[in-house]
Design a binder for this molecule. Structure first.
Ligand SMILES: Nc1ncnc2c1ncn2[C@@H]1O[C@H](COP(=O)(O)OP(=O)(O)OP(=O)(O)O)[C@@H](O)[C@H]1O
Ligand SMILES: [Mg+2]
Ligand SMILES: [Zn+2]
Ligand SMILES: [Zn+2]
Length: 633
């Protein structure tokens, strides 16, 4: 369906209009009285945003957050901690005064989580539930309730349940006096939508060279264009309150690599988190209300914790570990998400490609278990929720408790995606399969200088292990396709066998249906089937006669002998068919011309792989060839 541009533009305009509420502070206060949620503080806004998207609790008490549903997979414990932080902070508990620090390995999703919070707030403040208002003209889009003097706040809280915290910024204080003649009720208020681009409610700070980086990037500074007119530095008009901390007021401030930053900056952060104040120029402290979230890796964090000088800051940090995901099925979802954003749509990804890469990646992140008989592969399967012989849920819990830093090391999803992409963009490639991917992953290891000799060898072994898992899957896959072509083949084989048995028992000859030539019963064919269920040379006659008796006794009752009439014969035929699989797939690898029957069956298997199992002709043929070579070993 083509999109109706005009209609969509109109819809957008209506949206904007809906958002464009403006009025006086008196009117705003009525809104808040009706719905006190409007006046909530930053942490509560973030928590409500997550909660409004939906939080589901399963029977085991685990919570799932719809908010992160489509983008973050497999790291529920980290999300739990994160949401719990916001939940406590929303209740204005002490944790609100801490800086949130996400710590984890490279490419483990830290930035993604923060950016989801930022993008989420942009959307949320545009929704009814997330409606947010600010004093018009305030560089910090501050909460209009600040206009209410302290003398009245207690009464308002008692009467309306509206909690008010914070002071007017210097600019609004000046305006109240000089523009509104002190009449707070007349001050103009508007609805605001947060936007990182518009520098409203969302900020980002990236440390650069500490020698040249100016603190004004964080807290604003003197406005050189107006200082001349105003004359004094203590006049707010001579000031720009446009530092990242100012503009992020009421929302989220992302502090990139907080532990790399110069101490001067840390001091500002400390005051802000602890006292909710920003110290700027000649002004008394400026109130700010925002979530400060940052990220770092384990190495830097350890160094930071080891440094006595940073003790004050350590106290003011809430650490949330963001390890790599350890579940293969979730890892596959991560790859699918990332490939959807980037991959070439014209290249086919063979089944098991992502899964095999995921097995390798997850294996690289697992620690060895102290449990008896617990191989890394078994652990991987247990973590993924697959049944493993001899182990229970209790073992799973114990496994998880064994280590507190599992997932902090290993191969990142980013590395895997880069390698898959490298395989995808090769010239002339129309399809990438699991083996291509393992090869690309292996070749990439050589280019990665951060992996030492030991690490390199370990990873090569893990690639081997992922490959063996793939081998099993490949064989199963071919067998499955084969079973499909099986029913008809089984019937044909049964008919041929019965004809031969009949001729054998009656000491008769068979007639070739086409040439009408007389033929001896085919001993080789009959034996090939009988041997499958251990019928000896000496026992073959008895077995064949038993079959014949069954045929005639059925016939007397007007019934025909079918595939299901004799359990053991059925088993023999199935086994023979599976054994034939070897030949069928071997044929495709051999240069000798296959006989028409084998060729037909090969084609049936390929058709089945393509029509029902997600293969394209290229990878279906490759799969058969590969499984053929496996069976030849
Ligand atoms: N558990 C996960 N669920 C979903 N996507 C993930 C997960 N882990 C990593 N990713 C994806 O991998 C990519 C890298 O993640 P991201 O950039 O968020 O990591 P990071 O922890 O910030 O890494 P760095 O330390 O290198 O900055 C992103 O595209 C992200 O979406
Ligand atoms: Mg990052
Ligand atoms: Zn203000
Ligand atoms: Zn393919």
């Amino acid at each position: 369906m083509a999109m109706d541009l005009i209609q969509r533009l109109e819809h957008l305009r209506n949206e904007e209009q809906r958002l464009a509420w403006s009025g006086t502070f008196a009117e705003y206060f009525d809104l808040v009285r009706e719905n006190p949620r409007i006046g909530r503080l930053a942490h509560a806004r973030v928590f409500d945003m997550i909660a409004d998207a939906g939080i589901e609790t399963n029977d085991a008490g685990q919570r799932a957050y719809r908010f992160f549903d489509d983008e973050i997979f497999g790291i529920e414990p980290a999300l739990d901690q994160l949401v719990e932080y916001f939940q406590s902070a929303a209740q204005r508990l002490e944790v609100r005064k801490r800086i949130l620090l996400l710590m984890g390995p490279v490419g483990g999703g830290k930035s993604t989580i923060v950016s989801m919070l930022k993008r989420g707030l942009e959307r949320y403040t545009r929704s009814d539930d997330g409606a947010t208002y600010a004093i018009v003209g305030c560089p910090m889009h501050e909460e209009p309730l600040h206009l209410i003097p302290h003398e009245l706040r207690g009464e308002i809280e008692r009467e309306y349940g509206i909690y008010i915290e914070g002071e007017l910024c210097p600019k609004c204080r000046w305006d109240l006096e000089h523009v509104y003649g002190g009449k707070a009720e007349d001050v103009k208020v508007e609805r605001v939508a947060f936007s990182e681009k518009a520098r409203r409610g969302i900020g980002t700070f990236t440390p650069s060279d500490p020698k040249s980086q100016d603190i004004s990037e964080l807290v604003g500074g003197i406005d050189l264009s107006t200082i001349g007119e105003v004359g004094t530095e203590s006049d707010p008009r001579a000031y720009r309150f446009d530092g990242e901390l100012n503009i992020a007021n009421r929302g989220v401030m992302e502090f990139i690599e907080i532990l790399k930053v110069d101490e001067r900056f840390l001091y500002v952060l400390l005051t802000l988190s602890q006292e909710q104040n920003i110290k700027t120029g000649r002004f008394s402290l400026i109130y700010a209300d925002e979530v400060i979230v940052s990220h770092t890796n384990e190495h830097e964090y350890r160094a930071f914790v080891g440094n006595r000088k940073s003790e004050a800051l350590q106290d003011r940090i809430i650490l949330v570990k963001v390890p790599y995901n350890l579940r293969v099925s979730d890892e596959v979802r991560i790859y699918e998400k990332l490939l959807k954003q980037s991959a070439r749509k014209d290249v086919h990804l063979a089944p098991h490609t992502l899964e095999t890469a995921a097995i390798f990646a997850v294996l690289s992140r697992l620690e060895e278990s102290k449990k008896a008989n617990m191989s890394p592969l078994k652990k991987l399967k247990l973590y993924d929720g697959q049944p493993v012989d001899g182990f229970t849920n209790k073992d799973l819990r114990e496994l998880k408790a064994e280590s507190d830093r599992e997932g902090m090391d290993g191969i990142s999803p980013r590395y895997v995606i880069n390698r898959i992409s490298a395989a995808l963009v090769k010239d002339g490639v129309t399809c990438v399969n699991a083996l291509d991917t393992l090869r690309a992953l292996r070749d990439g290891l050589g280019q990665n200088t951060s992996i030492g000799q030991d690490g390199h060898e370990r990873l090569l072994n893990l690639i081997g292990e992922a490959r063996r898992e793939y081998d099993e899957a490949a064989k199963r896959e071919v067998q499955r396709a084969f079973v499909y072509a099986f029913e008809e083949s089984a019937k044909t084989m049964l008919d041929i066998y019965l004809d031969n048995v009949e001729a054998f028992c009656n000491r008769a000859k068979l007639k070739d249906p086409i040439t009408e030539e007389e033929l001896e019963p085919d001993e080789k064919l009959m034996r090939a089937i009988e041997e499958q269920i251990g019928i000896s040379e000496a026992g073959k006659r008895a077995f064949r006669e038993e079959i014949l008796i069954r045929i005639s006794s059925l016939a007397r009752r007007g019934q025909t002998f079918t595939y299901d009439s004799h359990e053991r014969l059925k088993e023999a035929i199935e086994k023979k068919l599976f054994a034939d699989l070897r030949d069928v797939v071997k044929i495709t690898t051999s240069s000798k011309t296959p006989d028409p029957d084998q060729l037909r069956r090969t084609n049936e298997v390929i058709d089945r792989l393509v029509s029902d199992q997600g293969y394209c002709p290229v990878c279906a043929n490759e799969l058969l060839r590969y499984v053929g070579s496996l069976l030849n070993r």
